[in-house]
Design a protein. Structure first.
Length: 324
């Protein structure tokens, strides 16, 4: 395997890590992209995409189009995201249902490491930077305690959900899947992905058609939302990088409330399968948790999550050294 091919394979693995994070409410795929060293390239590549791609294809050919618009990077990354979401949606749902403390502990450690990584890139801590961090904390914390709504089942809402969620998904510290929870469409999207998978294996083409249309509209919303927001993000990183890093650090600190492993259920709702699931929860101490608190397991998996980010950071640094 050539070095070039291997580098795109690594990009695909990073995409799979982003997809896995985006499936879990409270964890941001944008954080994974940032830590793994591909965030700014992702934003710049998306911002560069326009209708001129067809002109380049017609005048200069397929290879020139791929090189000019960095499509190998983009396809590798989103192939990883897509593979991860399709393959891990059921597994992560199962783990969250049966081993919630261990799963949330792992992601808690992951986010703690991400806060340290992003925060230490801020070189000047002045009043505006501190204020931006506090604003990020307050906004993210408010999102974690907001009451989820019930989503309409109309097709347009799949498109709208994609538009809104993708903006959160590419912001480090903001969980796109949790935004879907607040919109009331998280269960609907995960359910549609499951229906799509089951329709293929069962050869139920009517279900395949319905789920494909819904996923297509969600994906179209993601593409449009991503394109519109990427320009603003690119400008902010170019002109206000310290400020945006402060806001993102605040977002991640505020989001810790959502992924705290020990919760007390305040209210419930009925999901698409007719089962009772938590609607509102409150973070509590392990000593107040009803049932096994699994503190030792929680600490172990939090450390593993912390080390995952450390290894991703080392990998990103080594790839930059190799590139230079």
């Amino acid at each position: 395997m050539s070095k070039s091919a291997f580098s795109y394979f690594i990009v695909m693995l990073k995409g799979m890590a982003m997809g896995a994070a985006d499936v879990v409410p409270g964890v941001s795929g944008g954080t994974i992209a940032f830590i793994s060293g591909i965030y700014e390239e992702l934003i710049e590549t998306i911002d560069r995409l326009d209708f001129g791609i067809f002109k380049v294809l017609k005048s200069e050919g397929f290879k020139a189009m791929f090189l000019q618009y960095n499509l190998r990077f983009l396809i590798s990354l989103f192939a990883g995201v897509f593979i991860s979401i399709l393959s891990l949606a059921k597994l992560i749902s199962y783990l969250l249902e049966n081993h919630p403390i261990i799963v949330w502990s792992f992601f808690f450690g992951l986010v703690i490491a991400s806060i340290i990584y992003v925060g230490r890139q801020i070189t000047k801590w002045n009043f505006s930077i501190i204020l931006a961090t506090i604003i990020g904390i307050v906004v993210a914390y408010y999102i974690t305690i907001a009451t989820p709504t019930q989503a309409p089942t109309a097709l347009y809402f799949f498109f709208l959900s994609g538009c809104i969620a993708i903006i959160a998904m590419i912001l480090p510290g903001v969980s796109g899947s949790f935004i879907l929870v607040l919109l009331g469409s998280y269960g609907m999207i995960i359910g549609t992905i499951t229906d799509f998978q089951e329709s293929i294996f069962a050869q139920d083409w009517d279900l395949f058609k319905k789920s494909f249309i819904k996923l297509f509209l969600f994906g179209l919303g993601c593409i449009i939302g991503l394109k519109l927001f990427s320009k603003a993000l690119k400008w902010m990183f170019a002109h206000k990088k310290e400020l945006i890093l402060a806001v993102l650090t605040g977002f991640m600190i505020g989001s810790l409330n959502k992924i705290w492993p020990w919760k007390k259920i305040l209210s419930t709702r009925i999901d698409r399968h007719g089962e009772e699931v938590p609607l509102l929860e409150k973070s509590i101490l392990p000593s107040s948790f009803e049932g096994e608190s699994l503190v030792m397991y929680a600490i172990i998996f939090a450390i593993i999550g912390f080390l995952v980010i450390f290894l991703l950071e080392r990998l990103a640094v080594s790839r930059k050294v190799d590139a230079n």
